[in-house]
Design a protein around this ligand. Structure first.
Ligand code: GTR
Length: 413
């Protein structure tokens, strides 16, 4: 083919793609939501109803979990037998003698050069016994969450400054309430790019093969990483592994929900502004949609999820069932008024429609029929708030999470 013609075709292709990407006009009008019926978590395939907690746990929960693996997030492998933990650094008088700081590396094989997770831990240093902790992932590296020169720079986030995200990580407030903070850079698990797999922990496993339509996407991989961090926490005598709260923001809020849904060792699950593919109902298709998220972030979910682009009603699950998978363990869903892209109302409705599953356990679920006023958290076994402001994590959010954790874990210093 003639050289100019090839150049012309390439330019034409790029323009068509750019046009297609630009063309997405999010709907924000409730009256334009297509009609939908949510799948009922309590109806079995044969039409019978689940009416007791035991049938939920033994029969229905595994079925719904399986549907999410196959159609949404993808299947992940288990814990590698060769995993090992190295405490690289420990200071029991850190942060002006208010904290214990530990830096732990999780290796998956005996090869130090292979994929590994660098975990940063702060615990109150005046606790009487093992403490409850928040297990989190961060976007900008461990060094970004606090201005502490002893923190090792996360290797996939070296460009970010020390302490640049301190606003989102109120470590002194968390410690003063008797909780610890555990955080790992998400890029240690799966660098957040469409071609991130080659630099991810996925290279450790032959199965699932990457081309399988239900192989783990990056969200399932990040969630798997949170469970491997929990494996370490179970070995740390300063930490109460029975009171580990998994928490995340935005794409990492989707990740926290999937981690908490899968791994019943997590005592509480917290979703901060998680939106589409997180707490928001997919069928509402308001703000970010399944088609949009699968186009812009093709590596986040499994390939099967793309079948539901502009076809949400065909999904065998919806996101209220993701919250229900956590039952009877407490879940908190937070929205922000300015975060319409994440569909605050859809996040609220998921929490509300998970409630019938909690009722099987004689728990109240979400104690609200209608969306609460802005900045007025409601908390039963499911908690919810919508705060003023934009897509972010603020002290208001953290205060609500600490109150919710106190309510359910009765942390004592
Ligand atoms: C957006 C994406 C959201 C949310 C957010 C984030 O671009 O559309 O689903 O995950 O990124 O993670 O910051």
């Amino acid at each position: 083919m003639h050289h100019e013609l090839i150049v012309f075709l390439i330019v034409a292709l790029i323009s068509v793609c750019a046009f297609a990407a630009e063309k997405f006009e999010p709907n924000y009008d409730e009256s334009k939501i297509p009609p939908y019926t949510l799948p009922d978590p309590l109806t079995l395939a044969d039409g019978k109803q689940v009416t007791d907690a035991e049938t939920w746990q033994k029969v229905r929960r595994p079925q719904i979990l399986e549907l999410f693996k196959e159609h949404v997030y993808g299947r992940a492998p288990g814990r590698p037998d060769t995993m090992r933990f190295v405490v690289v650094e420990e200071d029991r008088h850190a942060l002006g003698d208010t904290a214990i700081r530990k830096q732990v590396t999780i290796y998956f094989t005996d090869d130090d050069a292979g994929p590994h997770l660098d975990v940063l831990i702060y615990l109150p240093n005046d606790a009487k016994g093992p403490v409850p902790v928040f297990n989190t992932l961060n976007f900008h590296g461990n060094q970004s969450i606090i201005d502490d020169p002893a923190v090792r720079i996360s290797r996939h986030a070296a460009k970010y400054e020390r302490g640049e995200r301190v606003r989102r990580w109120p470590v002194p407030m968390i410690l003063s309430k008797g909780y610890g903070l555990v955080t790992t850079h998400y890029g240690d698990i799966f660098p957040d790019r469409a071609d991130g797999r080659a630099d991810s922990v996925q290279v450790l496993f032959d199965k699932p093969a990457a081309d399988e339509p239900d192989a783990w996407g990056s969200i399932a991989t990040w969630a798997w990483g949170l469970s491997r961090v929990l494996d370490y926490l179970e070995t740390d005598k300063d930490i109460d592994a029975g009171r580990v709260i998994v928490m995340g923001h935005s794409r990492l809020g989707k990740t926290a929900l999937w981690a908490g849904a899968n791994d019943q060792r997590f005592a509480i699950t917290i979703s901060n502004d998680s939106g589409c593919g997180g707490a928001a109902l997919s069928r509402r298709a308001i703000g970010e949609t399944v088609a949009r998220i699968n186009t812009v972030f093709p590596h986040w979910f499994c390939t099967n999820f793309k079948k539901y682009n502009n076809n949400e009603n065909a999904l065998p699950v919806d996101q209220h069932e993701l919250i229900a998978l956590c039952a009877p363990r407490p879940v908190y869903v937070a929205s922000a008024e300015g975060d319409t892209w994440a569909d605050p109302r859809g996040e609220f409705l998921s929490a509300k429609f998970a409630t019938p599953v909690y009722k099987l356990f004689d728990l109240e679920g979400l104690p609200a029929e209608h969306m609460p006023d802005v900045d007025k958290p409601v908390a039963g076994t499911i908690g919810y708030h919508i705060r003023t402001g934009k897509h972010d994590v603020t002290d208001f959010d953290w205060n609500a999470y600490l109150d919710f954790a106190d309510k359910h874990l009765r942390a004592s210093k």
